[in-house]
Ligand binder design. Structure first.
Ligand code: SF4
Ligand code: SF4
Length: 421
């Protein structure tokens, strides 16, 4: 097996792209040493940006690169190494997307590749084949029909993205890749639950996740503008947020249609999770679990935060350049963060008959006070309470079916026979 090496350096910065193992090519010189007959080789892939080829092994008269030259002595040199654009922005966009700068349209330091390639459009036949062959479930952000989706999902130029997202979805469907919709429920679409739900059925989306939007705007001196849970008050609520009542009505209306017609055919994450909690099983989403803290997020610079919704300085766990993920995830700080979901519940939640199903929902939304003035009540409390109260008889029925090892989908027949209204 041939070894392949391409090494590059720009001015004083050492940059390296190396790929060892793989097929030989007519452009490559043959390996100078080591016969690996029949041996399976590991692949070492060192990625670099600012591609250039000012190296000793490329006969550069100024730059001295003894270490890279040593690697080169055991490797194949590509004389046509593609130094496509020796600038960090374009090269970084290239190796992260797999496309050339002509395709990403990133030719400078400030253009975002999403300008030319918004979400979903990165899907192509090759990716979809790969997803299918490897049994991926792909999540696609789509907020309902075009008029709903395009209200907020625009690129930096203000262009709507629905058409392109649907192109990506159609490609997934063509290759029979399993996919689910991540649908944001906001002030604009929350009052049209059935139009919303029917859209997903029309495009044959079998797995749907609804995410209620609750955000508060709070300007910080360092330029950040989203409020952490302990900052600001509800007067700062962003106008695209939904109300608790809207959330309750949205869920109840869709549930009524789903429970009569679609159980076992369409999977709505929140309904499945509610049933799991009704059964005393581990729920599939953190928001309705007793504790959380297993979903940290890493920013582009290696900073790791407790959760995607808690990217604030006080919730920083460390940086991947200094600490390992295991150290950060098992740190006392992160353990406390996850446990606080349960420990910080106000008395109203602790005494709530639906605590077992709700668990106070996500701490990010606990920005209200209870009637007795206690902090930590969830902004969506009323909506969740309405939903759990509404679905309780149906959940009881499906739980009984499951306990008797029968399909919860039997509930649809029971409703038709009016055994259950
Ligand atoms: S804070 Fe909310 S979203 Fe984050 S892990 Fe906890 S429950 Fe999940
Ligand atoms: S429904 Fe309201 S009171 Fe009950 S657990 Fe959920 S947030 Fe707390």
């Amino acid at each position: 097996m041939a070894k392949i090496l391409s090494v590059c350096i720009q001015k004083s910065t050492l940059l390296l792209t190396a790929l060892m193992g793989g097929a030989s090519t007519s452009q490559a010189q043959q390996p100078q040493s080591v016969d690996h007959k029949g041996k399976k080789m590991n692949v070492v892939f060192i990625v670099c940006d600012d591609l250039n080829a000012d190296l000793g092994s490329f006969d550069d008269s100024i730059v001295k690169t003894p270490n890279l030259d040593r690697i080169r002595a055991h490797a194949v040199r590509f004389n046509n190494a593609y130094c496509q654009y020796p600038l960090s922005g374009p090269t970084r966009a290239s190796f992260l997307t797999g496309y050339s700068p002509e395709r990403t349209k990133v030719m400078d330091l400030k253009t975002n590749f999403r300008t030319a390639m918004p979400d979903g459009t990165l899907l192509n036949d090759e990716w979809c084949r790969f997803f299918k062959e490897n049994n991926f479930l792909v999540g696609v952000s789509v907020d309902g029909p075009q008029e709903f989706h395009d209200e907020y999902r625009k690129n930096k130029q203000g262009m709507p993205s629905f058409v392109k997202v649907m192109q990506g979805i159609n490609l997934l469907k063509k290759y029979q890749v399993e996919w689910n919709a991540l649908a944001v429920v906001n002030d604009f679409n929350a009052d049209y639950p059935l139009e919303f739900y029917h859209f997903f059925k029309e495009i044959d989306c079998r797995y749907i996740q609804f995410s209620p939007i609750v955000e508060r705007i709070y300007h910080h001196t360092d330029g950040r503008y989203l409020a952490a849970v302990e900052e600001g008050d509800n007067e700062h609520l962003a106008d695209f947020s939904i109300t608790s009542e809207q959330w309750g009505n949205f869920l109840c209306t869709i549930f009524d249609e789903w429970v009569k017609n679609d159980v076992g055919e369409y999977y709505i994450q929140l309904f499945d999770t509610t049933l799991a909690n009704w059964m005393g099983e581990q729920p599939g989403i953190c928001t309705l679990a007793k504790t959380c803290g297993h979903a940290a997020v890493m920013e582009f610079n290696g900073d790791v935060y407790a959760c995607d919704h808690f990217v604030f300085p006080q919730y920083k766990l460390g940086n991947i350049y200094r600490e390992t993920l295991v150290e950060m995830m098992y740190s006392e700080k992160q353990q406390k963060f996850g446990q606080a979901k349960q420990d910080a519940l106000p008395t109203q939640c602790k005494e709530c008959q639906y605590l077992f199903a709700c668990n106070g929902e996500c701490p990010k939304n606990r920005i209200c006070k209870t009637e007795t003035g206690e902090s930590g009540l969830n902004y969506l409390c009323k909506g969740y309470y309405q939903f759990f109260d509404h679905v309780a008889p149906y959940m009881d029925y499906m739980k009984r079916e499951l306990m008797a090892k029968r399909a919860p989908a039997n509930i649809m027949e029971a409703i038709r026979k009016k055994d259950l209204k």
